[in-house]
Design a protein around this ligand. Structure first.
Ligand code: IPD
Ligand code: CA
Ligand code: CA
Length: 268
């Protein structure tokens, strides 16, 4: 069992690691070529930058917590099942990165028995770390943060994402949901990094984020950030299966109460 002091020490080392990997990612943004891009799946892109960033991260984590296993997006390490697991997305927002839109992140969670106990989402371009240790609140560059207090949907800024695989019935439902937000909320955004979307809910920049067909590495760290900042995280059916199910609603409590029934009806 890792103590709070040990987790706190690991958190400090993770911040340093993310800063170092960010230097690499930023430098490669200027060099990466069209010919470096592999299409993993429809609209899902990857390059050597994602893979090498992951290799760098795993190398350091192996020294930090040798007994832990790994779930990583790029699969550069054996994926196994242990009591402690690192869950890693080395570059969340690859499309933004490849189109030189300066909004992407590194997401690392440490899970114990399937439950995130430590999370970091690092904004690569701004060098901002959003961190949380279970039971000890959420921090943006070491300053405590909380979710927004508003509970009026008319004042709410909502963020979402669209599945890479676009099936007609899902597109119709997504558009209906967007229409609802346009008519009933202050604004709706598609920013392009699920991990940062969650960090934005946690740090009170936006009110609510929803998206589906996500993977555990997109959301394990960010979900902990939101919960530790006083927010609510659920799947589209109000349950706790978002890490497995891939559908997630993350919000301040007031806005969640009003928006959950709408998301559940249109998308659930
Ligand atoms: C993607 C981003 C995006 C979300 C996609 C994810 P990637 O991650 O988080 O915002 O809409 O579903 O797959 O592929 O850039 O690591
Ligand atoms: Ca991702
Ligand atoms: Ca990724």
């Amino acid at each position: 069992m890792l103590s709070y002091t040990q987790l706190s020490d690991i958190k400090t080392k993770l911040e340093k690691l993310c800063q170092e990997v960010s230097v690499f990612i930023k430098a490669e943004m200027q060099k990466v070529q069209q010919t470096d891009i592999e299409v993993k799946d429809m609209n899902s892109l990857v390059t050597y930058v994602d893979k090498n960033a992951e290799i760098k991260i795993v190398k350091s984590l192996k020294e930090l917590v040798p007994e832990a296993g790994y779930i990583t997006e790029e699969g550069t390490v054996v994926q196994d099942s242990k009591e402690l697991m690192w869950v890693i997305d080395p570059l969340d927002g690859t499309t933004n990165f490849l189109y030189k839109i300066p909004h992407f992140s590194i997401s690392i969670a440490l899970m114990k028995d399937g439950d995130p106990i430590l999370g970091i989402v690092h904004d690569v371009m701004l060098d901002t770390s959003y961190t949380a240790i279970k039971g000890h609140g959420t921090y943006e560059n070491n300053l405590p943060v909380k979710v927004r207090k508003d509970n009026n949907t008319l004042d709410a800024v909502i963020v979402t994402g669209f599945p890479y695989k676009r099936e007609p019935q899902h597109i119709d439902a997504s558009l209906q949901m967007i229409r609802y937000c346009v008519e009933n909320c202050r604004g709706i955004r598609r920013l392009g990094s699920a991990a940062l979307d969650l960090a934005y809910v946690a740090s009170g920049k936006i009110d609510l984020y929803y998206e589906n067909t996500l993977n555990i590495w997109d959301i394990a760290a960010g979900a902990l950030l939101v919960k530790e900042a006083g927010g609510i995280v659920s799947d589209y059916h109000g349950g706790n299966t978002y890490l497995q199910d891939g559908s997630i609603i993350a919000s301040s409590p007031g806005v969640y109460d009003k928006m959950y029934p709408v998301i559940n009806k249109l998308l659930g």
